[in-house]
Design a protein around this ligand. Structure first.
Ligand code: F6P
Length: 318
C-alpha cells in the first residue's frame, strides 16, 4: 500500500487530532503517503484532499476539535454519491482510508470498503456509544468537562438551597451521565437505558428533604425530556426552587485528557497497521486494554452494555 487518506466525520471529539497525527506519522514511517481529507465524507466526495507531511501534524496532539474539519453527510448512504467518492480517490491514487468518527461514519466506511476502498474505522465520539469498544476517543475528556461543570453547579445550587437539573450529551447512550453522576455524587440520574420515572424522582427528593437535605442535583441524559419543563414540574411538586442547566457543546471541546491522547495515538497507529496488512471494513476497538479489530457490521450490531453497576452505585451512594 502506497497512499492512504484520513478523515474525521460526525460530531467532533477531543483526541481526533491526536488520532490523525498518529495515522500520519505511523504511515510516513512505513513509507506510506498520507492525504488529509477535509470535512469528512463531504470532502471525500468533493476531492478536498491535502497531502500531510510530518510537520503538518505538529502541535496537534493537545488540540481539541479536528483540524481536518468534520461534517455529517447523510447523502453518503446513496451509492451514486459514493461512486463519485471512489472515482475521486482513484484520481488521487488513494487506496485506503482511516475513518475517525461514530456509528454513522462506520457505515460509510463499511460501504466504501465493499466498493473496493479498504477503510478502517476508529471510534471518535464523546458519546461512548459504540458497543464493540469499551472507550471511544473523546469520552474521557467530555466526562471531565461534565464533572467540572457539575462541581461548579453544585456550588451555586447548594448556596441557594435549590435543585438543579443538568442535561448531559450522549445521544441515546447514558454513559456520560452515569459516569459523571458517580464522579460528582448527583442525587439522582435519568438515563435512556433505565427511563424516566417522574414519581420516583419526586419521592426521592421528598424523602431526602424530609431528612434535612437542602439541595439536589439531578443528572439528565439529553433527548429524554425537556429539561426546563422537568425543572418546572419538580419545583411545582416539591416546592424547591429548581433550575435547568444544559451544558451543551462545551462538552465537545477542550484539550484532550492524557487518556484520550494515548487511546487516540494507539488506535490511529493500529488502524494504519491494519490497512497495511490488507484489512478493510473493520474497526478498531479496545477491550481489557488490548487493541482488537472487528467487522464493522458486527461491531454495530453488538448489544451495547449498560454500566448498570455504575448506575446502581451512584444511586446507592447519593
Ligand atoms: O455525537 C456527539 C453529539 O455531541 C451528541 O452527544 C449530540 O446528541 C449530538 O452530537 C449533537 O449534534 P450537533 O452538534 O449536530 O448538534
Amino acid at each position: 500500500i502506497k497512499r492512504i487518506g484520513v478523515l474525521t466525520s460526525g460530531g467532533d471529539a477531543p483526541g481526533m487530532n491526536a488520532a490523525v497525527r498518529a495515522v500520519t506519522r505511523q504511515a510516513l514511517q512505513h513509507g506510506i503517503e498520507v492525504y488529509g481529507i477535509k470535512n469528512g465524507f463531504a470532502g471525500l466526495v468533493e476531492g478536498n484532499y491535502k497531502k500531510l507531511e510530518s510537520y503538518d501534524v505538529s502541535e496537534k496532539l493537545n488540540r481539541g476539535g479536528t483540524f481536518l474539519g468534520s461534517a455529517r453527510l447523510p447523502e453518503f448512504a446513496d451509492i451514486e454519491v459514493r461512486k463519485i467518492a471512489v472515482q475521486k480517490l482513484k484520481e488521487h491514487g488513494i487506496e485506503a482510508i482511516v475513518v475517525i468518527g461514530g456509528d454513522g461514519s462506520y457505515m460509510g466506511a463499511k460501504k466504501l470498503s465493499e466498493m473496493g476502498v479498504n477503510c478502517i474505522g476508529v471510534p471518535g465520539t464523546i458519546d461512548n456509544d459504540i458497543a464493540s469498544t469499551e472507550y471511544t476517543i473523546g469520552f474521557d475528556t467530555a466526562l471531565n468537562t461534565v464533572v467540572d461543570s457539575i462541581d461548579k453547579l453544585r456550588d451555586t445550587t447548594s448556596s441557594h438551597y435549590r435543585c438543579s437539573v443538568v442535561e448531559i450529551m450522549g445521544r441515546h447512550c447514558g454513559d456520560l451521565t452515569t459516569y459523571s453522576g458517580l464522579a460528582t455524587g448527583v442525587e439522582d440520574l435519568i438515563v435512556p437505558e433505565i427511563g424516566l420515572d417522574l414519581e420516583l424522582i419526586i419521592s426521592r427528593i421528598e424523602r431526602a428533604k424530609a431528612k434535612g437535605k437542602r439541595h439536589f442535583i439531578i443528572a439528565l441524559a439529553e433527548l429524554m425530556t425537556d429539561s426546563h419543563e422537568l425543572a418546572k414540574t419538580i419545583q411545582k411538586r416539591t416546592g424547591i426552587e429548581t433550575r435547568a442547566t444544559i451544558i451543551g457543546h462545551v462538552q465537545r471541546g477542550g484539550s484532550p485528557t492524557a487518556f484520550d491522547r494515548i487511546l487516540a495515538s494507539r488506535m490511529g497507529a493500529y488502524a494504519v497497521q491494519l490497512l497495511s496488512e490488507g484489512y478493510g471494513g473493520r474497526c478498531v476497538s479496545i477491550r481489557g486494554n488490548e487493541l482488537v479489530h472487528d467487522d464493522i457490521y458486527e461491531a454495530l450490531d453488538m448489544p451495547r452494555e449498560f454500566k448498570e453497576d455504575v448506575y446502581n452505585l451512584c444511586k446507592k451512594l447519593s
